[in-house]
Ligand binder design. Structure first.
Ligand code: UGA
Length: 435
């Protein structure tokens, strides 16, 4: 099929490359000319494993074209809109970019009328497709939320758990059945509002599990000899979580979110949580649970810094390494990163801050460098400069600290904000256990 994708950000580009890899002929459009030039040369403007190789192969085969002109999607039978829906300062979703892109697309369609289907792939609050997008395109509209995790987005796209499509049009159903024919996952057909709400529910459940774990971790920190890793480890061993009730089957991935740390971040969980709270408020519906999830998360990185203070006293002048400033390991994305919140708080406390993240370049952290933060380019060099190490992300490289610390000739305090170290005892402190 001829498929158009509007927006070559993280979701759009993965969608475009994924659809082309599955045999469709794709045109991807982005208004940012420099981004288009970069992608046309086979370069992915963000870190995402597996995308670049596939992008190059699709460009070589000619199954994917990239353009900055909306007109390029004229011949497409189906167009997926993948533009950003950022939060306003009060958490309310900003649909302006989506509305503008939709209106531009409509103008292109009007020049050469024919049957086409428009799919909203951006994350949008319930009612957006029915109330904003359908009136623009009349009918032939669906919402098809993505469930891609940064770091494994390509694989998540090619092998989805489920494909959720919200539409009430028979014609759209027929077109999208063809679009998704090359995929093995079940298609769940629902109303647009159900599809929209399911996306938020999925992300806010993950956020809830993390904040729940962090709240119990706080109790552990005030309870002698209690340890959150052991407490949650016991909870994980409940056969009701496992396939066929058998503890011998593979551990469900969802349980990795039932873990204490320094809070969730990224471009999705925090934004979706505040958008859902704001949506509920627009319906005069209070959301005490979701507000609690947000409050626990806002405080969590600061609690890690407070813990460091309780261990060593004033942090002023102390050489403190923060490991991990991307919001999680396996990505270079700094958005809503707990590690950066920790850095900010340490700067306020006048500590000498050193930062290391295997995927984040010195150039990206230039602003911090100008504010006196040292940016280390290897784990060893970072640790050599440190008196205290705070682990803020779960990048796998950080597990080797155990070995490096063993070889060091100095006392080094470790504060494990992600509970990734298992065999270290001396000078080791961690979220979710008493100091
Ligand atoms: C999240 C969802 O997991 C995706 O299903 C969804 O499609 C995506 O948002 C989106 O809305 O686009 P992502 O933001 O890439 O994906 O990140 P996750 O891997 O879920 O991580 C979110 C937060 O949870 C991070 O702070 C991370 O450190 C934490 N996390 C992640 C855990 O605590 N445990 C894990 O096993 C994974």
């Amino acid at each position: 099929m001829r498929v158009g994708v509007i927006g070559c950000g993280y979701v759009g580009l993965v969608t475009a490359v994924g659809m082309a890899s599955k045999g469709h002929r794709v045109v991807a459009v982005d208004i940012d000319k420099s981004r288009v030039v970069k992608i046309t040369k086979g370069k992915v403007p963000f870190h995402e494993p597996g995308v670049e190789k596939r992008l190059r192969s699709c460009l070589e085969k000619g199954t994917l074209k990239v353009s900055h002109l909306m007109d390029s999607v004229t011949d497409c039978e189906v167009v997926l809109i993948c533009v950003q829906t950022p939060p306003k300062p009060d958490g309310v979703i900003n649909l302006k970019i989506l509305e503008e892109a939709s209106n531009n697309l409509k103008s292109v369609f009007e020049k050469t009328p024919k049957e086409r289907v428009v799919i909203v792939r951006s994350t949008v609050i319930p009612g957006t497709t029915d109330n904003l997008i359908t009136p623009i395109f009349r009918d032939k509209v669906a919402v098809n939320p993505e469930f891609l995790r940064e770091g494994s987005a390509m694989e998540d796209f090619l092998k989805p758990d489920r494909i959720v499509i919200g539409t009430e049009s028979k014609k759209v159903k027929e077109v999208l059945t063809r679009l998704y024919k090359p995929f093995k996952a079940p298609i769940i057909w629902v109303s647009p509002s159900t599809a929209e709400l399911a996306k938020y529910t999925s992300n806010t459940l993950l956020a809830t599990l993390i904040s729940f774990s962090n709240e119990i971790a706080r109790l552990c920190e005030k309870t002698s000899k209690a340890d959150i890793e052991e407490v949650l480890g016991i909870v994980h061993l409940d056969r009701r979580f496992y396939q066929n009730g058998s503890l011998n089957s593979e551990k469900p991935g969802i349980l990795t979110y039932l873990k204490a740390g320094c809070g969730f971040g990224g471009s999705c969980l925090p934004k979706d949580l505040s958008a859902l709270i704001a949506y509920a408020s627009s319906l005069s519906q209070d959301t005490p649970l979701l507000k609690g999830v947000a409050a626990v998360n806002t405080e969590q990185p600061f609690r890690v810094v407070k813990m460091a203070e309780r261990i060593v006293g004033s942090l002023a002048g102390r050489k403190i390494v923060v490991l991990g400033v991307a919001f999680k390991g396996g990505t270079d994305d700094l958005r809503e990163s707990p590690g950066l919140r920790i850095v900010e708080k340490l700067l306020l406390e006048k500590a000498q801050v050193i930062v290391y993240d295997p995927l984040v370049s010195v150039r990206t952290l230039k602003d911090y460098q100008e504010r006196g933060v040292k940016i280390a380019t290897s784990l060893n060099s970072a640790i050599n400069l440190a008196e205290i190490v705070i682990i803020a992300s779960n990048a796998s490289e950080f597990r080797s600290i155990e070995k490096i610390k063993g070889e060091l000739n100095k006392n080094l305090l470790i504060l494990d904000g992600r509970r990734i170290l298992k065999n270290i005892k001396k000078d080791y402190f961690a979220v979710g256990r008493a100091i």
